[in-house]
Ligand binder design. Structure first.
Ligand code: HEM
Length: 336
């Protein structure tokens, strides 16, 4: 879309969560305009109700780091039905992502050591061997689906290892992740009831694994860590299952989409690929840059617990606030 056409968009009521914006790849100019003209933007009407969009880096940091005013409790997704499910309160999704301190910190502490870089570095050789294995089987000179053959496969293998989930069942992890992230009608499930049923099946599977691990010696996989740690033992069945679902979805979409975005980025920017090939020491910064550019988690939500002034606007107690990382990490977003 040309800049001139953007100027006639109704900034006041613009719903930047509209999937059509992303399907047409218009998010760049639209967020640029919001950052320039209305960086803390109120949308009074959307399929998910009214909400604020915070689009500049410094404002996002202000919201993200103020748990007292901006609560995660049940509010990290714009679509709260998607986050919670329907029918009863027993849909096992979200985990400590949807909590505030101090409860959040107690539950997060259970898995933090396993996900710390100092622990993950132990998997380096295994990850390299698996990457070589998968890449070694790719057809040459034939079209193939990179996302399915490489991104999904490597992500699922690694997630199964981290969780201590049988690797032959790894595609069930993908299915559950897709269900958690999706809603009926988007090609994954047909109804909310089916979604709830399948997620309850996920919960039963992980509770069974938890009980098995509890009966065994402690090991380094996440299920065993959660089963044996005192804080993990204090979790109810539902809390345990929700936290596992958080790990599945947190580790899944993000990693596989980053891998696909990597290939796409280098395809679109062959000069960057040439630079990286000439200097593999740039791999670490290339990974960060791809995550910045493609932003696998485009936005996260919060709910205001009191009135708050941000960017010259008054956010009212109870208002929903979306932090658009995909906008805040762009040039001109105020990041220094
Ligand atoms: C490219 C990869 C990844 C990206 C871009 C990413 C991004 C994020 C972001 C932005 C949040 C914050 C959400 C919020 O504040 O509301 C988050 C939280 C989280 N992520 Fe990731 N993530 C990635 C990979 C992973 C992996 C591989 C795992 C685990 C297997 C994981 C587990 C989690 C967990 C447990 C949380 C909740 C943290 C908390 O509430 O304190 N993530 N991630």
């Amino acid at each position: 879309m040309e800049d001139a056409a953007l100027d006639v968009l109704p900034a006041e009521g613009l719903d930047v969560s509209d999937p059509a914006i992303f399907a047409q790849n218009l998010q760049g100019p639209i967020f640029e305009r919001l950052r320039r003209e209305d960086p803390v933007h109120y949308c009074s009407k959307s399929p998910y109700g009214p909400y604020w969009s915070v689009t500049r880096y410094k404002d996002i940091v202000e919201v993200d780091s103020n748990h007292g005013v901006f609560s995660s409790a049940g509010a990290t997704s714009l679509d709260e039905v998607r986050a919670k499910g329907v029918g009863d309160d027993a849909t096992p999704i979200g985990g400590f992502l949807n909590m505030d301190p101090p409860g959040h910190d107690t539950q997060r502490k259970i898995v933090t050591p396993a996900l710390a870089p100092s622990n993950l570095v132990k998997f380096q050789d295994l990850i390299r061997a698996r990457a070589r294995g998968v890449l070694g089987t790719l057809p040459i000179g034939e079209e193939f689906d990179w996302a399915k053959t490489v991104s999904v496969e490597l992500t699922m293998l690694m997630l199964a290892t981290l969780l201590g989930f049988p690797s032959e069942g790894r595609l069930r992890l993908k299915r559950w992740s897709d269900i958690i992230a999706g809603v009926p009608g988007d090609g994954v499930v047909d109804s909310w009831e089916q979604r709830d049923q399948e997620l309850k099946e996920m919960a039963r599977t992980f509770l069974m694994l938890r009980d098995e691990r509890r009966a065994q010696e402690p090991a380094s996989d996440l299920i065993s860590i959660m089963a044996h740690s005192p804080e993990g033992q204090a979790l109810s069945d539902m809390e345990f299952a929700s936290n596992v679902s958080l790990l599945i979805v947190g580790g899944n979409d993000t990693t596989r989409n980053s891998m696909s975005a990597t290939v796409m980025s280098f395809h679109d920017n062959p000069e960057e690929w040439a630079k990286l090939k000439a200097n593999p020491a740039m791999i670490d910064s290339a990974v960060s840059e791809i995550i910045r550019c493609h932003t696998p988690i485009m936005a996260q939500g919060r709910r205001a617990t009191q009135d708050y002034e941000l960017g010259g606007k008054t956010i009212r107690k109870g208002d929903k606030v979306m932090m658009w990382y995909i906008s805040g990490n762009r040039k001109g977003s105020g990041k220094r």
